[in-house]
Design a protein around this ligand. Structure first.
Ligand SMILES: [Zn+2]
Length: 469
């Protein structure tokens, strides 16, 4: 019998990692994500892998987000030389994300080593370097959606569109052991069917074992149209108050959605600001990848919107007042705006990136508005602001949170509870169900909902649990 080990994103939302071992000796790693959030969780990134990377036959990756892919360069540095199977768009986005992650690791280690030197302590090594990331990128092996390939002897893999971000996949693994084939389906991150740019997640019907994400297992998102109206109101209010609007955002997925919504309001004459800054080199790069793979976006939605027609399909053209600030110098020019600007910058959970500089200039001003467009995991700066912190520490300074803080509930790139139940309900015979990628309380609520509405018993694995499949 083949074995599946739950190594990461178990009762939490980051560090996705699962290992499949067949009796015939094949070893396939599904995801190699980075832990993000609380310090002790991030320290987990430094722990040695729970397996010998040199013995893996293949790595399969659902999508480019760092919490699913961020430790791949470390895996390669630790001796993994085989293929990393992914979709073509994921491969391109991964290049942006991992080179950026490697630069951050190098800079952090350099900074910390400087401090340690003053205390007479030895320097720290980065988790991985740009060289490791570049070597890893050489191991990318792209596949089209719905094309089946053999990842390892007896392990056939097929990707299906998960509708979460460009290139995101639901991973189906057909595992042959002792002449029997067992099908494992891993949902990856499932998209929100209301998201404008992505198609809805593909419904699958057959599986023996199902691993389903549960980020929003406890609730449905706020009504989508109502959220657009709420955003329009915030923009009007900020215009009246004479302050800027800050939007911390993930560079891939969220930033493109925000540009879409701001463009929609612009086209309707409901965007009073003079400029929208996309202050994230990674998001600027991601826009280009989105433009290149536009056939994979939701065509029905794109065509329905004036201004999104052929030849004007690049996302930037949708919003003519969008200014992409690539360099640090360009970024600093934004500081001149005391009002009239919408600033989209990373990081999505405010624990790094250019958004911190904009916090320094705006967060203490009561006329400014901070729009939190998505989930903020525990231990992040974003979460403490959402939880009502009066002051926060930003770039070594304590700053008052006087800006008006708004949490928008309807723009998530993840399926809400009803959408998760709906996706799961397509499976014809009830597979063994394991909930992953979610905080424990949210999983418990989802488990209850699965029981009440679908009469389906879900399991919540513990970190390190291993099951026979
Ligand atoms: Zn994701």
């Amino acid at each position: 019998m083949a074995l599946l080990s739950f190594l990461g994103a178990i009762q939490q939302v980051t560090g996705s990692c699962y290992l499949i071992e067949t009796h015939g000796g094949a070893k396939v790693l599904l995801e190699c994500g980075m832990h993000q959030g609380r310090r002790q969780e991030e320290e987990g990134n430094r722990a040695p892998f729970a397996f010998d990377p040199g013995t893996l036959d293949a790595v399969v990756l659902s999508h480019a987000h760092i919490d699913h892919s961020g430790l791949l360069p470390k895996l390669v540095a630790a001796g993994y030389k085989g293929p990393v199977h992914l979709t073509e768009a994921t491969g391109e986005l991964l290049e942006l994300m991992l080179l950026d992650a490697a630069n951050l690791q190098e800079k952090d280690a350099e900074w910390e080593s400087k401090w340690r030197a003053r205390q007479g302590k030895p320097p720290v090594q980065p988790l991985y370097t740009r060289v490791d990331a570049e070597r890893m990128l050489g191991q990318r092996t792209p596949h089209a959606y719905e094309e089946t390939f053999e990842a390892a002897p007896g392990v056939q893999v097929t990707f299906f569109d998960a509708g979460h971000i460009l290139g995101s996949a639901i991973v189906q693994l057909d595992i042959e052991d002792f002449g029997q084939t067992r099908r494992v389906v891993f949902s990856g991150d499932l998209g929100n069917a209301n998201a404008p740019l992505m198609k809805g997640p593909t419904a699958l019907r057959q599986a023996d074992v199902l691993l389903m994400e549960s980020t929003y297992g406890d609730r449905d998102h706020r009504d989508h149209q109502a959220t657009i109206e709420e955003l329009a109101d915030i923009l009007q209010q900020a215009h009246r108050d004479g302050g800027n609007v800050l939007m911390p955002s993930f560079a891939v997925g969220r930033a493109q959605d925000l540009i879409f919504y701001l463009g929609l309001l612009y086209q309707q004459g409901r965007l009073p600001q003079q400029a929208v800054f996309l202050d994230s080199p990674m998001a600027i790069g991601a826009n280009k990848v989105y433009a290149r793979f536009q056939d994979q976006l939701d065509q029905s939605h794109a065509q329905a919107i004036e201004g999104f027609d052929k030849g004007r399909r690049r996302i930037e053209k949708w919003l003519p007042i969008l200014k992409s600030t690539q360099t640090a110098e360009e970024s600093m020019t934004i500081n001149r705006f005391k009002s009239g600007a919408v600033i989209i910058a990373g990081s999505g959970m405010c624990n790094g990136g250019r958004i911190l500089h904009h916090f320094k200039h705006n967060l203490w001003r009561k006329e400014c508005h901070l729009v939190i467009p998505g989930f903020q995991s525990r231990g992040t700066l974003g979460r403490s602001i959402v939880d009502g912190a009066q002051t926060v520490k930003v770039l070594h300074q304590r700053i008052a949170v006087n800006a008006q803080v708004h949490t928008l509930g309807g723009f998530s790139a993840h399926a809400g509870q009803s959408q998760l139940l709906d996706w799961a309900s397509h499976f014809e015979s009830r597979p063994e169900l394991y909930l992953v990628h979610g905080e424990l309380e949210k999983m418990q609520i989802l488990r209850q909902a699965l029981h009440e509405r679908l009469d389906w018993k879900a399991n919540i694995p513990e970190p390190g649990d291993r099951i026979a499949i």
